[in-house]
Design a protein around this ligand. Structure first.
Ligand code: FES
Length: 148
């Protein structure tokens, strides 16, 4: 049923929680945007420079990339941390491209995913997602910092 909605909680930078309803089939990136939740993850390392950067300055290019790629797996600013292993294990395995991008994300954990690749489905009802900056102050079930 494509009209079905699930509940998702985003835990923000200061630990404030926002419960939202997300239609099945929508990505967590889109859901965050629609509800004025800013993901804006920091980029840990400069990603491989795409070809369009040849024409313009690297600084401008980096700015464009960190402005989020709208789900095309070319940034890592949509980084979210799944707060419960139980839910993490219900997600499809990340593609190689997603893992490559996650390696560039700041504050990577064992339950990190890119929000643009996490699509709402009924089994995810009740999932809690931390925006990475929040994890410094709040215990996350299953949180395992991943060395770079
Ligand atoms: Fe760029 Fe998800 S929005 S990788």
């Amino acid at each position: 049923d494509s009209e079905e909605m699930i509940s998702i909680t985003f835990v923000g930078k200061d630990g404030e929680e926002k419960d939202i309803k997300v239609p099945v089939g929508m990505s967590m990136l889109e859901a965050a945007h629609e509800n004025d939740i800013e993901l804006e993850g920091k980029v840990w390392k400069i990603p491989p420079v795409p070809s369009f950067c040849n024409e313009i300055s690297l600084i401008l290019c980096f700015y464009v990339m960190s402005g989020a790629c709208e789900g095309s797996l070319a940034c890592s600013t949509c980084h979210v941390i799944v707060m419960d292993m139980e839910y993490y294990n219900k997600l499809e395995d990340p593609a190689d491209e997603e893992n490559d991008m996650l390696d560039l994300a700041f504050g990577l954990t064992e339950t990190s995913r890119l929000g643009c690749q996490v699509i709402a489905k009924p089994e995810l009802n009740g999932m809690r997602l931390a925006i990475p900056a929040a994890t410094r102050n709040f215990a996350v079930d299953g949180y395992v910092p991943k060395p770079h």
